[in-house]
Write a protein that binds this ligand. Structure first.
Ligand code: PMV
Length: 317
């Protein structure tokens, strides 16, 4: 996206994994959708000083940014090398409404917006495969062994059915239901959770792979339930996926508490979303009114923010 000469911007958005997280790292399918309620914008201006970064997380010279921003430094170095353009006098601004480290794909979305802004700044076209390759580089730094789903969904306009290295299909989620996402307020730790699941696979391969395969089956069933507008069935599958994710040790007391509260207040199903160990959970409701009741309950029970998403439509809150 071009603005004035010497200025450019790029955008992206958060994502919600409906079902399949963690198992997707092991080749099982996952379903995720773009979450436009949480946009990110990266802007780049020319400056006379050294390259600076301004974000809610850190503001100052990019060279002195904390370790958690290594992915931005690495991406900049890679783009500089690939495009053979100078990157010494850039003023980079990142505005993100995605809560960081909450399982909503914050790091991938920031990288997507940043790479789009850089290519726009240098006035070089960027296709989606190139973009995903760059975002995958940064996700490897952020998460160790990412499946690649975040890189794809944070730059996609439609829901996706995804299998690592194999399938990336748009999926119509035309189902009459509402999804509530709630933030526990506790930072998740995707890298640690992914590493701990890897350790479980090593320590107890049979049992752990059985749980991972079970999540894959639930995801396939969820795709069927969506295709046939079976909302109650989809809800049951989500709750079963949460049980399986607990067995993989990636839930937390706060996530379990909000999942139980959502189910008590009439949700058709509920589960953690994303990497877990904190971060966000989702719940399924059959009507907007029910979704609001569940959302209020979740706030009363300790959530620090909620979003309501009409499935099959754009965001309404
Ligand atoms: O926590 P997030 O938003 O980065 O989601 C991670 C999803 C995992 O399946 C746990 C990891 C991955 O790379 O797919």
């Amino acid at each position: 996206m071009n603005t004035l000469p010497g200025q450019a911007k790029g955008t992206a958005h958060g994502k919600i994994i409906l079902i399949g997280e963690h198992a997707v790292v092991y080749g099982e399918p996952a379903i995720a959708f773009p979450f436009n309620a949480t946009p990110v914008e990266a802007r780049i201006n020319k400056t006379e000083t050294q390259t600076m970064l301004s974000s809610s997380y850190y503001t100052g010279p990019l060279d002195e940014a904390p370790k958690s921003l290594t992915n931005i430094q690495t991406l900049l170095a890679k783009v500089k090398e690939d495009l053979d353009r100078p990157t010494d006098h850039l003023e980079i601004t990142i505005d993100s409404r995605i809560p960081a480290e909450r399982g909503m794909g914050s790091s991938a979305a920031v990288s997507t917006a940043f790479v789009r802004a850089l290519f726009a700044y240098f006035d070089v076209p960027l296709d989606s495969d190139q973009l995903i390759r760059y975002v995958d580089i940064s996700e490897k730094i952020a998460h160790g062994n990412p499946s690649g789903i975040d890189a794809r969904v944070t730059s996609s306009d439609s829901p996706v059915f995804y299998k690592k290295g194999r399938t990336f299909e748009s999926l119509a989620i035309d189902i009459n239901g509402y999804l509530i996402a709630a933030d526990t307020g506790v930072k998740g730790n995707t890298g640690q959770a992914v590493a701990d699941v890897a350790r479980l696979v090593e320590a107890d391969p049979d049992q752990t792979m059985a749980v991972i395969k079970k999540i894959g089956q639930l995801t396939l069933q969820a795709r069927e339930a969506i295709a046939h507008d079976r909302l109650a069935k989809l809800g049951e599958l989500l709750t079963q996926a949460h049980t399986a994710l607990r067995q993989l040790t990636v839930s937390s007391a706060e996530l379990d508490h909000l999942v139980a509260a959502a189910l008590r207040s009439g949700a058709l199903g509920a589960k953690l979303t994303g990497g877990g160990r904190g971060g966000c959970m989702i719940a399924l409701a059959q009507s907007e009114q029910q979704a609001k009741i569940i959302s209020n309950t979740l706030m009363e029970q300790g959530a620090i923010g909620t979003w309501i998403h009409a499935l099959g439509e754009d965001i309404n809150e």
